[in-house]
Write a protein that binds this ligand. Structure first.
Ligand SMILES: *Cc1c(COP(=O)(O)O)cnc(C)c1O
Length: 344
């Protein structure tokens, strides 16, 4: 039996169709702005969201960090949820790259409300860091793939406008949210000053993220990307994978969501599972009872050739993706149903 790998939606390999598209992609030197495939990818994504321009970046982390640099000055403050990727998983980049501090909010599975943002804005006082940027994440990774209601984002946008704050979206999995809710990409383009989108998560490309924003911001973003060492040359090979993903891998995200829902159903019936968090997209977070350790659960599943991550002492994460088939979901369900684990 092949490994069933629920660790992350970043582990997917390019499909034959995607590899063919990569091989055929037109290329040029993207640092000169001459790569037709990169230009096409940036254009297609920015048009979809009704935004002026896009910038192809090597990673989602770089796209977010460039956005934060664009919207802040050293000594200012970024407001975000305590679970957010920009704070938890970008190596302290907000301080390292932008010299900014962070105000953390405790939201509902990664999602914050307008009043929380309003309460976190510093007064205009020379003792205080100047609040300049709000970062939202949708879907929220550490929130278990939770999705924002558009109306909640609209309310946050109003607070940002009233207080002259910029609003950035870490949309690493924004397409999961769009497919799950049928929200309009144009609405997102209208609400955010910048959006980062990962091609290498659910969309199945090997590398790449795109940062969207105004033409003026993206011009500066291009300069920041170069400073960070993110200027790539014949990047069209990678952009070709992204273009292929936009054509072929968006609608199918619904399958990943259905798979996650299926797994959650099985997990809810297991005697050692205390709680399965609500499943909205392709991430399942669940907690074991306190006498069972997540680390040994992960080890035990590995013996059945199932891979997953412990995200806490008693918490496990399963992520579904392009390289998980319906048969593998069924296999995993059977294995889980027959599993007896030892208390530790
Ligand atoms: C994966 C991810 C990113 C970007 O990660 P990279 O590995 O740098 O591409 C950003 N935000 C969220 C929420 C993510 O899950």
């Amino acid at each position: 039996m092949d490994w069933i790998d629920f660790r992350s939606d970043t582990i997917t390999k390019p499909t034959p169709g995607m590899l063919e598209a990569m091989a055929k992609a037109a290329t040029g030197d993207d640092v000169f702005g001459e790569d037709p495939s990169v230009n096409e990818l940036e254009h297609q994504l920015s048009s979809r969201f009704g935004m002026e321009a896009g910038l192809f970046c090597p990673s989602g982390t770089m796209a977010n960090q460039i956005a934060i640099k664009l919207h802040t000055q050293p000594g200012s403050e970024v407001i975000c949820d305590e679970l957010s990727h920009v704070y938890q998983y970008e190596g302290g980049g907000i301080a390292f790259n932008s010299g900014a501090s962070v105000r953390l909010l405790r939201g509902d599975r990664g999602r914050v409300k307008d009043w929380q943002v309003r309460d976190a804005i510093n007064p205009n006082d020379i003792h205080k860091a100047q609040s300049q940027l709000v970062v939202l994440e949708n879907t929220c990774n550490r929130g278990g793939g939770s999705v924002y209601e558009l109306v909640d984002i609209e309310d946050i946008k109003s607070v940002c406008l009233e207080n002259k704050l910029k609003l950035h979206l870490d949309g690493a999995r924004l397409f999961n949210a769009l497919v799950a809710t049928h929200q309009s990409p144009i609405a997102y383009g209208e609400l955010f000053d910048s959006i980062s989108i990962c091609l290498s998560k659910g969309l199945g490309a090997p590398v790449g993220s795109v940062l969207l924003g105004t033409s003026k911001d993206i011009q500066l973003a291009r300069r920041i990307r170069k400073v960070l060492g993110g200027g790539m040359r014949q990047a069209g090979i990678l952009a070709g994978a992204g273009l292929y993903a936009l054509d072929h891998h968006i609608g199918r995200l619904a399958e990943d969501h259905a798979h996650a829902t299926e797994l959650a159903k099985t997990l809810r019936g297991l005697s050692f599972v205390e709680q399965v968090l609500p499943v909205e997209t392709n991430i399942v977070l669940f907690n074991l009872y306190h006498n069972f350790s997540a680390a040994s659960f992960v080890e035990q599943l590995r013996e059945y050739r199932i891979l997953c991550f412990a995200t806490g002492k008693h918490q496990i994460r399963f992520v579904t993706h392009l390289d998980i088939s319906p048969q593998q979901v069924k296999q995993a369900q059977t294995i889980l149903q027959n599993l007896t684990i030892k208390p530790s």
